[in-house]
Design a protein around this ligand. Structure first.
Ligand SMILES: [Zn+2]
Length: 405
């Protein structure tokens, strides 16, 4: 892709030069209009054709990939002028966000998980299927990037087809740390994690990286190649986990969308992502707190789960349509009794068990919360049932049962 980067950078240099010149001449109208020599996508495409005649190494590359680089550049400027993006920057060899877009490409399926895309002059590039095959074949263009020595193919596809449900049933979904998702009818869904062997390997690589970083600091440039190898190996593990989770999100959202007519979730915009366990003051030391396990859930784990839930909800709404996904106020869903509505911190027997102090209702804590979420959604809908059109505003969160703060 060196040639496409060359074309992109050359085109950018040309446009920047023209802008500087226009700026310099701007105060001297007698120099005449610059519009006659204005640089556009069309003029640059013509120059590319001439340049390919002169430069054999450029001719050796794919003209459609090089033209795509100019289209990319043109789009980058359009975004800049529209105030959507910053001024375009030169593409570096290790550019990880850029890549190039191809329009004429052919996809072929290898097996359940892998396919290939044929890119002009580059050849066949293998890629992992993270969307349904039907969606992939509808792709209109593909963005090809090279990251960590591996090709990535991102297809631009029309919006996902809606998944219809033959069922009339409704469900609430609670998100948690122990059970990634719990439904109001008692089902639990667990997002995939790294295996014990993979976790051990990641830990080993992290330690190695620390050592190599110190090494680099001592000897200038020394060992940086080995350090990069460690980073690449860590990236392999992270990518493996990311792929597993993407698969899981796709499968789970399809199952849920086809299984329920309506699903209630907590509104992520309101919710403080992961519930923190209540602090336990240490009776022997005023002002100090006993360990409550919150450290284990903190940091990375929390942010990874938050992004997983965000993506889950987006895909669920893609597949069901926003009218079938109702967002509710997340306040106190874990402390409210699904049977009688009594809300108190003492209802939560333990992390896993819910026992109502008022009516004695006993349930799995996550299932109870999911029922509360469903009830909030249903009470916010018009009495005529759930033939909803458009999104409803979330119900005021159990206003009668709000505990004293
Ligand atoms: Zn109760």
């Amino acid at each position: 892709m060196d040639d496409a980067r060359f074309v992109f950078n050359l085109g950018l240099e040309q446009r920047s030069f023209w802008r500087r010149e226009k700026h310099d001449r701007g105060s001297h109208p007698e120099h005449g209009s610059l519009d006659a020599v204005r640089i556009t996508k069309a003029t640059q495409m013509r120059e590319l054709t001439r340049l390919r005649v002169e430069l054999p190494w450029l001719r050796a590359g794919s003209s459609s990939v090089q033209q795509a680089a100019l289209r990319d550049l043109d789009q980058a400027f359009a975004n800049f002028y529209a105030g959507r993006a910053r001024y375009p920057v030169f593409k570096r060899r290790d550019d990880r966000v850029g890549g190039f877009v191809v329009r004429d490409f052919a996809v072929r399926r290898l097996n359940r998980r892998w396919g290939t895309v044929t890119v002009p002059k580059v050849g066949r590039v293998r890629f992992r299927l993270s969307r349904s095959w039907a969606e992939i074949t509808q792709g209109t263009s593909a963005r090809i990037t090279l990251r960590h020595g591996r090709w990535h193919v991102a297809l631009t596809t029309p919006p996902a087809a809606k998944v219809l449900s033959g069922s009339e049933s409704t469900a609430g979904i609670d998100r948690g740390v122990r059970n990634t998702l719990a439904t109001s009818d008692g089902r639990m869904f667990q997002a995939p994690a790294l295996t014990a062997v993979e976790r051990a390997r990641l830990l080993l690589l992290e330690r190695r990286l620390t050592r190599q970083t110190k090494h680099v600091l001592r000897r200038k440039n020394g060992g940086s190649r080995r350090r990069q190898a460690t980073l690449d190996q860590m990236a392999v593990l992270r990518r493996r986990l990311a792929n597993r989770r993407t698969d899981w999100i796709e499968q789970t959202t399809t199952r849920l969308a086809s299984g329920y007519a309506l699903i209630a979730v907590e509104d992520l915009r309101v919710r403080n992502m992961v519930r923190r366990p209540a602090t336990k003051p240490d009776p022997d030391q005023p002002g100090a707190f006993l360990p409550n396990g919150s450290r284990a859930k903190s940091g990375l784990n929390r942010s990874i789960l938050a992004s997983l839930w965000g993506r889950f909800q987006t895909r669920l709404e893609d597949k069901m349509g926003s009218a079938r996904v109702v967002r509710v106020n997340p306040t106190n869903t874990s402390r409210t009794c699904a049977a009688c509505g009594h809300c108190a911190p003492g209802n939560r027997e333990s992390q896993a068990v819910f026992e109502c102090e008022a009516c004695g209702h006993l349930a799995h804590a996550d299932t109870n919360a999911a029922v509360v979420i469903l009830n909030r959604a249903l009470s916010s809908l018009p009495a005529a049932g759930h033939a909803v059109s458009g999104r409803r505003s979330p119900a005021p969160a159990g206003s009668a049962n709000q505990p004293a703060a």
